[in-house]
Design a protein around this ligand. Structure first.
Ligand code: CA
Length: 230
C-alpha cells in the first residue's frame, strides 16, 4: 500500500512542488490549505506522515503541532521558511519529528520522509543494523564496526550512539539526547553531550574535523547520517 502523506500548506506553488515530487515517488498525497482544514482532515483521513508549514493564515503551525500531538503520533515533518534555531527547537520539543527549512531539494525531502517513516515503523526493523560512511551499528548486539573492524565504546558512548541509531536520519535535540542518555535531571548539561560527541567522532569518523556520520544541527542537536543496512 502506498504511504499516505498529508500536506498542510497555504502556498499553492509549494503545494505543487510537493505534490509533484511526492506523487512521482509513489506517495498518495493529500493537501490541506489551512490549519483548521488540516486538523480536521488529519483526524478524518489518518495519514501516515504529515508535512506541515508553520506560516499558515489561520493558526500558527506550532499550535497545529501541539494539537496534533494531543491525539496522534503520526510523524510530523515541519517545512518552514523560519530557519531560526529557536523555531526548530520549539517545533521538535512540541513533538515534530523533523524540520526542513525552505527552500529544500527533493532528495533531502525524500530522505527525511524515509527516516520518519522508518522510525514510525521501527518494529519492522528489529534486529537490523544501520550504517553509513564505513560504520555499521547493531544496537541489539551492542556491536559497532568501522571499515569492518570492531570499535570499542564506553557504556555512555554506546548509549548515545544507540539513541541516534534508533532514530537514524532524524534530528534529535540536545534536550532529548541528554534526557535519554543521562536522565531527566541532566537536561541542561550540554557540555556532557559535546564531550561524548567528540569522543564518538574520534572513534567513528574518518576525519573527526569534518564529520559525515555524526552531523551537528547548529543550535538544535545532532543527526546520525545513516540508513538501514542489509
Ligand atoms: Ca505559508
Amino acid at each position: 500500500m502506498k504511504p499516505r502523506l498529508q500536506i498542510i500548506e497555504d502556498d499553492p506553488q509549494m503545494r505543487r512542488f510537493l505534490r509533484n515530487a511526492l506523487s512521482e515517488s509513489g506517495y498518495d498525497v493529500h493537501e490541506s490549505e489551512t490549519a483548521q482544514r488540516g486538523l480536521a482532515e488529519a483526524a478524518a483521513q489518518r495519514s501516515d506522515i504529515i508535512l506541515l508549514d508553520l506560516g499558515l493564515p489561520d493558526l500558527d503551525g506550532l499550535e497545529v503541532v501541539r494539537r496534533l500531538r494531543s491525539w496522534t503520533s503520526t510523524p510530523i515533518i515541519v517545512i518552514s521558511a523560519r530557519g531560526q534555531e529557536e523555531s526548530k527547537v520549539a517545533a521538535l520539543d512540541l513533538g515534530a519529528d523533523d524540520y526542513l527549512v525552505k527552500p529544500f531539494g527533493t532528495s533531502e525531502l525524500l530522505a527525511r520522509i524515509r527516516a520518519a517513516w522508518r522510525h514510525a515503523n521501527r518494529g519492522a526493523a528489529v534486529g537490523k543494523t544501520v550504517g553509513g560512511h564505513g560504520v555499521v551499528i547493531n544496537v541489539e548486539l551492542r556491536r559497532v564496526t568501522r571499515d569492518g573492524a570492531e570499535v570499542h565504546l564506553t557504556p555512555t558512548e554506546f548509549r548515545l550512539l544507540a539513541e541516534l541509531a534508533r532514530n537514524s536520519g532524524r534530528v534529535l535535540t540536545h534536550r532529548h539526547l541528554l534526557r535519554e542518555v543521562w536522565g531527566p535531571s541532566h537536561a541542561g548539561d550540554a557540555h556532557y553531550l559535546r564531550l561524548y560527541m567528540g569522543q564518538l567522532r574520534a572513534k567513528l569518523e574518518r576525519d573527526a574535523t569534518d564529520p559525515q556520520l555524526l552531523l551537528t544541527e547548529q543550535g538544535v542537536g545532532y543527526r546520525l547520517n545513516a540508513d538501514l543496512s542489509t
